[in-house]
Design a protein around this ligand. Structure first.
Ligand code: SF4
Length: 423
């Protein structure tokens, strides 16, 4: 008798963190505590440029960013924030804004109360709030503002701006150990300690622990995994996850995906940001697209119908299937702002575009809708499979246009209001 047991399905664990609420008007973005892992992003416009910043924030929000951070680095930037908020509200964009503060956040949040109110969350870097006896006072002023205006706070430690006094103290303690730790272990400990001690201090100052989100960002994949595993072990604050300075293009996308996927699979991380350096001319929204792709690839959330495509090989030397894949992917993504509300559930749809008969029909049958294009030497016919059944065969020069129309028709029938109300 075959005694084999069924192979367990791999699924991402659920985070066991507290839940923070990042609020603007009627929009409440829950972070942690069983909420879907949230996507956030950051502008790269000059905050003083109110219109330019508002336009970019709108683009990021439309691309799927559920919170958008912007730097608040000068009095002029702090004065611009409420105007950016107004502009967004006028455009109907209710995405919560996060203020990124370094060095002078205590002054800006105190001197510009309209800025403090227009933001929904403050990012405080404990390594940059001041030195010596000024540190606690300045940190305290920022926490005071968060309590006063009822805002969430991210205590965001970054290894590039780690609290040097704390690091020196931990190195000192380490040198007195019988077997001193390696430099990396001391650095990990400093990152985690800085975040946890600052959070504890904020709670003692009256901040609701549910309103605290922590992050400890580093730029190495294995370093990030080590630090976050420890952070998640030592606290239940909601965690913001991201590889800092991930880099440009493929390198940045792959490094972020590698690091974030390992941790998200273990139930670590409640909101993510992909810190991608844009390629010249590339839209800032690319970091949002990649963050969404990571969550969708892990099966944690669905944002856009997925397209399964074969890589192509010597059996299909034409570029037809590459062009069709690109066209269908662009079409689906472009339709989503409209489809999201019109066709609920469409984001879970699976489309297959395959290059030849070897895996084409099989993969197409697994998708909701799939097309198997003819490989080299095959009859010039492209069978289309809908819900696992072969429904038609496309031929000729207009296969791409016809398949797009078939997809559109399928979406309307399957996800349209009439069908939903009949179900
Ligand atoms: S489906 Fe066909 S063309 Fe695509 S990779 Fe497989 S064998 Fe090659």
């Amino acid at each position: 008798m075959n005694t084999a047991k069924p192979i367990a399905e791999a699924t991402a664990q659920t985070s066991a963190s507290r839940q923070a609420k990042v609020v603007w008007g009627g929009r409440i973005v829950t972070v942690g505590g069983g909420a879907p892992v949230r996507i956030q992003s950051m502008t790269n416009t000059d905050t003083v440029d109110v219109i330019g910043s508002a336009i970019q924030i709108k683009e990021l929000a439309v691309a799927g960013s559920e919170m958008v951070r912007l730097t608040v680095n000068t009095p002029e930037a702090a004065q611009a924030v409420p105007h950016i908020r107004d502009q967004l509200d006028r455009m109907g964009i209710d995405v919560p804004l996060i203020g990124d503060f370094h060095y002078n956040g205590h002054r800006l949040l105190t001197d510009y109360p309209e800025c403090a109110q227009a933001l929904s969350k403050y990012r405080i870097n404990p390594g940059n709030v001041g030195k010596g006896d000024k540190r606690d006072k300045q940190f305290g002023l920022m926490i005071e503002a968060a309590v006063k205006w009822n805002k969430a706070v991210r205590i965001g430690v970054n290894w590039g701006s780690l609290d040097q006094a704390l690091l020196a103290d931990l190195m000192d303690q380490n040198s007195r150990r019988d077997s001193p730790w390696g430099a990396k272990s001391v650095m990990y400990e400093a990152l985690v300690t800085s975040a946890l001690d600052s959070a504890q201090q904020a709670v003692e100052m009256g901040l609701d622990p549910n309103q605290i989100i922590l992050s400890c960002k580093v730029s190495g994949v294995q370093d990030l995994i080590s630090v976050y595993r420890e952070l998640a072990k030592r606290c239940n604050y909601a965690l913001h996850l991201g590889l800092t300075e991930a880099g440009m293009g493929t390198k940045g996308a792959v490094a972020s995906a590698a690091a974030l996927s390992v941790l998200l699979q273990e139930g670590i991380g409640d909101t993510i940001r992909v810190s991608l350096t844009p390629q010249p001319g590339e839209s800032r929204t690319q970091e949002v697209v990649i963050a969404a792709e990571i969550l969708q690839a892990l099966g944690m959330r669905s944002f856009v119908p997925s397209v399964t495509a074969c890589p192509g090989c010597g059996r299909t030397t034409s570029t037809t299937f590459q062009e069709l894949t690109q066209r269908i992917e662009a079409f689906l993504r472009a339709q989503m702002p409209l489809w999201r509300s019109k066709y609920p559930g469409v984001e879970k749809m699976k489309v297959a575009v395959m290059g030849c008969i070897v895996n084409g029909p099989g993969e197409s049958k697994h998708a909701d809708i799939g097309i198997s294009l003819p490989g080299t030497g095959e009859a010039p016919a492209a069978p289309v499979f809908i819900d696992g059944e072969k429904r038609m065969t496309l031929r000729g020069d207009a296969i791409a246009e016809e398949f797009q129309a078939v997809v559109e028709n399928y979406v309307e029938k399957r996800f349209g209001a009439t069908t939903v109300s009949q179900m």
